[in-house]
Design a protein around this ligand. Structure first.
Ligand SMILES: [Zn+2]
Ligand SMILES: [Zn+2]
Length: 270
C-alpha cells in the first residue's frame, strides 16, 4: 500500500489530554474532509502517580479512550487508524512506557522532549543560549532518541520556544541533535502546531515563530540525508491538517526527505 505524504498524519490529540478538544470521531470527520487516508491517534502518554496530570489523560481512562478510538475507526472505514502515545523523556519511566506500548498494542510511540527533566520534575526550556543549558538539552534529546522507544522525534526544535536565539551555541546543539537522529534512522518532525501558535521576539531581537525554527531545518538540509515527518499535532479537530502544507514546503525548500507515506506503509504492513 502506498500513501502520499499529505494523506498521512501521525500526531493527533483529543479532549482526553485535558488541553485539547474534540473526540476521536470529530477528528476522523475532519480527516475525511481533508483527504487523509491514515490517521494516528497519539495522545500524550498517561503517567503513573498523577505525574503532569493537569495536562495528561487520566491513566484510568485509557480503556474508554481506546474504545472510543475503535468505535470511531469503525465509523470511518475509508481511513486507516493507527494507535500511538506521545511519550516523555523521563529516564525512570522509559520501561513503563515500553510496557504500556505493548499492553495497549500500540503501533508506535512518538519521542518527545517537552521540557528538561531534573530531580523528578520538569523544568522549562531556556530563554537564552546558555551553553550549560544547551548541553543538557542535547543530552536529554539524544538520550531519548537512543532509548529506542519511538518511531520519530516530535518537534526537535521545541527548545527554541522560550526565546533561545539562533547563534553558534544553539546551532551546534541543533547539529548534535540532527546528527544523532540521522545516525539512529529516527525521522525528525516539522510540527505544524508551532506554526499555529503565537510568535515571539527572541534573544537576538528577532521576531519569529516560537517553533518550528527555520534555521534548524535549513541546517538539517545542509547536513543532508535527514528524514522528516510533517504532522499537525492537532489539539482541536478543525486543525487536523492546518499548516501542514507549510511544513511540507519547508521540507521541500530545505531538500529534506519527507517520510509520512513511507512510515504509514511500513506500520500497516505489520
Ligand atoms: Zn499537547
Ligand atoms: Zn503532541
Amino acid at each position: 500500500m502506498m500513501f502520499e505524504n499529505d494523506e498521512v498524519n501521525l500526531h493527533t490529540h483529543t479532549y482526553y489530554c485535558r488541553h485539547g478538544s474534540g473526540n476521536p470521531a470529530d477528528y476522523l470527520a475532519w480527516a475525511e474532509k481533508a483527504g487523509l487516508r491514515v490517521l494516528g491517534f497519539s495522545e500524550h502518554v498517561p503517567l503513573p502517580g498523577g505525574l503532569l496530570s493537569g495536562t495528561r489523560m487520566d491513566i484510568r481512562l485509557q480503556p474508554f479512550f481506546w474504545r472510543e478510538v475503535e468505535q470511531a475507526a469503525a465509523a470511518f472505514p475509508g481511513i486507516r487508524v493507527l494507535r500511538a502515545y506521545e511519550g516523555e523523556y523521563i529516564p525512570e519511566l522509559m520501561n513503563y512506557q515500553q510496557e504500556l506500548k505493548e499492553e495497549r498494542h500500540l503501533d508506535y510511540m512518538i519521542l518527545s522532549n517537552h521540557f528538561l527533566w531534573e530531580n523528578g520534575q520538569s523544568r522549562p526550556y531556556p530563554e537564552t543560549a546558555s551553553p550549560a543549558e544547551l548541553r543538557e538539552v542535547v543530552r536529554q534529546i539524544t538520550a531519548n532518541i537512543e532509548s529506542g522507544l519511538g518511531l520519530f522525534l516530535a518537534h526537535p526544535d521545541l527548545f527554541f520556544q522560550f526565546g533561545c536565539p539562533w547563534c553558534a551555541e544553539s546551532r551546534a546543539a541543533s547539529k548534535d541533535i540532527i546528527e544523532c537522529a540521522k545516525a539512529h534512522h529516527i525521522p525528525l518532525e516539522i510540527n505544524a502546531y508551532g506554526m499555529r501558535k503565537k510568535t515571539l521576539t527572541d534573544g537576538n531581537g528577532v521576531y519569529r515563530l516560537t517553533y518550528p525554527m527555520r534555521q534548524f531545518w535549513e541546517l538539517a538540509g545542509e547536513i543532508g540525508g535527514v528524514e522528516v515527518v510533517c504532522n499537525s499535532d492537532a489539539h482541536v479537530p478543525g486543525a487536523i491538517m492546518r499548516k501542514v502544507p507549510e511544513c511540507l514546503a519547508w521540507a521541500r525548500e530545505s531538500g529534506l526527505t519527507v517520510v509520512n507515506g513511507k512510515l504509514a506503509a511500513e506500520l500497516l504492513k505489520k
